[in-house]
Design a protein around this ligand. Structure first.
Ligand SMILES: [Zn+2]
Length: 384
């Protein structure tokens, strides 16, 4: 039983991010762990976060959809969680997988507003309505409720009509255009010197957030502030620009990834080294034979995305996403091409990569569950 729980928590961990480019919803972790009605179990359970993550995946019908979880510091010592769960929360916090704050206040709403994301909550957030009037807009707050076939997210306001994506707030755009540096010596979220510099034994073991993926600062008394340490952040220069891409295989969006000015990304069957996007697990046998371990490299410079083929068999570019085979441009090994806004890269028939904004979400009927390793845990609809 414990073994399975730790596997579930590992599966959940992969879906946690504070990266503004990848997060798809914001959640108060200390709220979700107390949804005891979902399983009729203990007062608090970290595994319930998995039900939420699964529900979000089903809502947007996409694989590998990450959430931005914020937790008040008290959760790390909350004895309603098991000691193992408390240890996991602490590790997630130390590794920057989740954001820990001294007091929650309206940090969840602040992040959601800056990033233009929905909030997953059962709360109506009435006490913050004056400050954040958008909480009354349809689709901005989604509540996890029991349902046949697993819990689902339903809008607190509105009738579930599809709401258009919300842009980042102007303040969010401004703050996310800069790199920030926290004066606290142990700050892993807003550090500009953390990567690769081993000035002490312990700094080796700490996971630092790359400047490109720094979470949005908190705004306190009009100044950008570290949400964890409460220290005023220093502006450490312009943040590298990013573009978010999606891998779409046979019409199903499998994975998003970020390409930034200082970090090219290789996509392929099983790229070597860290940071690549691995497609192997989603490919048919024929596609696996055709697609190289590392197949195409995406790089971003001066606002332009360049694709370079690094494969054995070559890649294709479909200009403007055209399905016309005569329009398809072949890229042989080491050939490059600047990718226009709506161009789609084709590694193999039906294996496509394009900017995420090109494709609406969807396509997955039953996204892979993070709860798959919990066969003995009976999560079932609770009678009302
Ligand atoms: Zn800090």
């Amino acid at each position: 039983m414990r073994f399975e729980v730790s596997k579930v928590l590992d599966a959940i961990e992969v879906r946690l991010t504070t990266d503004p480019a990848l997060a798809r919803a914001v959640v108060d972790l200390s709220e979700v762990v107390r949804y005891a009605d979902l399983d009729g179990g203990r007062p608090a359970s970290l595994v319930r976060l998995g039900l939420l993550v699964d529900a979000l995946g089903r809502l947007v019908a996409e694989e590998n959809v990450p959430v931005y979880a914020v937790a008040p510091r008290g959760l790390i010592s909350d004895t309603d969680l098991t000691s193992n769960e408390r240890m996991v929360v602490r590790r997630w916090a130390d590794d920057g997988k989740i954001e820990v704050v001294p007091q929650l206040d309206d940090r969840v709403l602040e992040v959601a507003e800056m990033l233009g994301l929905p909030v997953l909550t059962r709360d109506r957030e009435d006490r913050f309505r004056d400050r954040r009037p958008w909480v009354s807009d349809p689709g901005r707050l989604l509540a996890l409720v029991s349902n046949q076939g697993g819990p689902v997210l339903v809008p607190r306001v509105g009738r579930g009509e599809v709401t258009p994506p919300v842009p980042r707030s102007p303040l969010g755009e401004r703050l996310l255009a800069r790199i920030w540096s926290c004066p606290a010596p142990n700050c892993t979220s807003y550090s500009t010197s953390g990567t690769g510099e081993a000035d002490s034994f312990f700094s080796d073991m700490r996971t630092f957030t790359s400047p490109v993926s720094q979470p949005p600062p908190a705004l306190r008394a009009g100044a950008p502030t570290c949400p964890r340490h409460g220290e005023r952040l220093k502006d450490a220069g312009a943040r590298p620009t990013t573009e978010v891409f999606s891998v779409r295989i046979d019409g199903v969006i499998r994975q998003r990834f970020v390409v930034s000015d200082d970090q090219p990304v290789v996509v392929g069957r099983a790229p070597e080294g860290g940071g690549g996007v691995m497609l192997g697990q989603w490919l048919t046998d024929d596609a696996r034979k055709w697609i190289s371990r590392g197949h195409a490299q995406f790089s971003l410079r001066a606002g332009e995305v360049t694709v370079t083929d690094v494969s054995t068999n070559g890649s294709g570019i479909r200009p403007g996403g055209s399905l016309d085979d005569d329009a398809r441009i072949t890229l042989k090994r080491d050939e490059s091409r600047v990718l226009a806004a709506e161009d789609v890269v084709e590694l193999y028939a039906g294996v496509n990569i394009g900017r995420s904004k090109l494709w609406s979400t969807g396509g997955v009927v039953q996204p892979e569950s993070v709860m798959a390793e919990a066969p003995t845990m009976a999560f079932r609809p609770v009678g009302r």
